[in-house]
Ligand binder design. Structure first.
Ligand SMILES: Nc1nc2c(ncn2[C@@H]2O[C@H](COP(=O)(O)OP(=O)(O)OP(=O)(O)O)[C@@H](O)[C@H]2O)c(=O)[nH]1
Length: 388
């Protein structure tokens, strides 16, 4: 099967329940892009050949089953993919061919890195990573020079089948060597984030959740809302999910444990699967979507639709569910607040063009974000004040 094929198998989601056709607006190696994608923050997927970049993008955003990535062909040109599922989650992912040479003077680094939100560098943990680290260093130096606001994320990838000790040792070694290389280049101030990932489990979704969250300016507002919602409703943990990709765009401040996250992901799969098989409605997920699953350990999973793209999935003790009326009422307040944060964002959001962003970076101007955050705080206070 070719990478360019449209009819790759879709895992558990109905095919039409996705982000639409895979946008193959190919870019040439000098990076000329379509104008629409210029306005959205970019996530760049970079790394050596066969490190797993295309597989990650296909599995997380296009529901390809991990086994099918074995048949992906090598990427020969930059491929961009617009993710437009909601006002909160809007970005474009650019998948770079492994062989691209960032040091080549014909590579238009201003254009590529200018509007870049995150640079995800994928390192194959099962391979010798010396060459990958050299490429990583050169890429970071170049990218940072153009745009110091880029978030650098390192995926230590393909860690399936590797023991926990070896994983930790690889992470420690890669972290140390990458930081030393950058320090030698005089870049001690750059913050790198490391994630152990595999497409064969939920780790890739978890890692991508964290990457995407850093690009959502309203994250503190969403977290704040979730904190107040769970503490008023007797809930242990709540995730605000992007339903299509199953990445969580926000959660409350209690630590995330992988098992809880996996349970919530599985619940979304169950709801969408059952709904698409048995529902008479056209959409598998709509404003009536909700579900309750009782586990055999006194725990309840409770899912509610927030809007067309987002679902809130909560984990709570069975005895706290006696107050379902309170939970539902608080949820309504929460949902209203979310939709108002949306509207505020829509109003204030005129995404800057690449040139404006360049100017913004050079001037170090950050006032508009601060104003938006103040507006969001007022909103949180007014809405959560109504919760019981
Ligand atoms: N075991 C394992 N294999 C993986 C994982 N992710 C990707 N692969 C495999 O790695 C191989 C290369 O994956 P690609 O996604 O084509 O790699 P790429 O980085 O896009 O490669 P180029 O397009 O050549 O730059 C495929 O056979 C995938 O099945 C993973 O998490 N675990």
């Amino acid at each position: 099967m070719s990478y360019e094929d449209d009819d790759y198998h879709v895992d558990t989601f109905p095919k039409e329940y996705g982000y639409g056709a895979f946008d193959q607006d190919g870019l040439d190696s000098t990076g000329m892009a379509g104008s629409d994608a210029d306005s959205k923050p970019r996530i760049l997927l970079m790394g050596l050949r066969r490190s797993g970049k295309s597989s990650i993008q296909k599995v997380v955003f296009h529901k390809m089953s991990p086994n099918e990535t074995l048949f992906l062909e090598s990427t020969s040109k930059i491929v961009k993919d617009d993710i437009n599922n909601s006002s909160f989650v809007q970005f474009s992912i650019w998948d770079f061919p492994g062989q691209i040479d960032f040091i080549d003077p014909t590579f238009d680094s201003d254009m590529i890195f200018g509007n870049c939100g995150s640079l995800v560098f994928v390192i194959d943990a099962k391979d010798d990573y010396n060459e990958a680290l050299t490429k990583f260093k050169n890429t970071v130096i170049k990218a940072y020079k153009v745009n110091p606001r880029i978030k650098f994320e390192v995926f230590i990838h393909k860690v399936d089948g590797i023991s926990d000790d070896t994983k930790m040792e690889s992470q420690r070694d890669i972290h140390q060597r990458a930081s030393d290389d950058l320090a030698d280049a005089g870049l001690t101030q750059i913050h790198l984030s490391f994630h152990l990932t595999s497409i064969y489990d939920h780790s890739i979704f978890e890692a991508f959740s964290k990457v995407v969250q850093k690009l959502i300016p309203q994250l503190p507002t969403l977290e704040n809302l979730l904190n107040i919602f769970i503490s008023n409703s007797g809930i242990e943990k709540a995730f605000l999910f992007d339903v299509v990709s199953k990445i969580y765009i926000a959660t409350d401040c209690s630590p995330v444990d992988m098992q809880s996250y996996e349970l919530c992901c599985d619940m979304i799969d169950v709801v969408i699967d059952l709904s698409s098989i048995y529902s008479s409605e056209e959409e598998a997920f709509d404003n009536q979507s909700s579900s309750l699953i009782k586990l055999n350990n006194n725990t309840i999973l409770y899912l509610r639709e927030v809007n067309k793209f987002l679902a809130l999935v909560c984990i709570l003790r069975e005895e706290n569910f006696i107050r379902q009326g309170v939970i539902d009422y608080n949820f309504m307040c929460f949902r209203d607040a979310i939709s108002e944060v949306f509207e505020l964002r829509m109003k204030s959001q005129k995404l800057p063009t690449v040139d404006e962003r360049q100017e913004y970076i050079m001037n170090g101007d950050g006032d508009s974000d601060d104003e938006n955050i103040d507006d969001d705080e007022d909103l949180v206070n007014s809405r959560t004040g109504k919760m019981v």
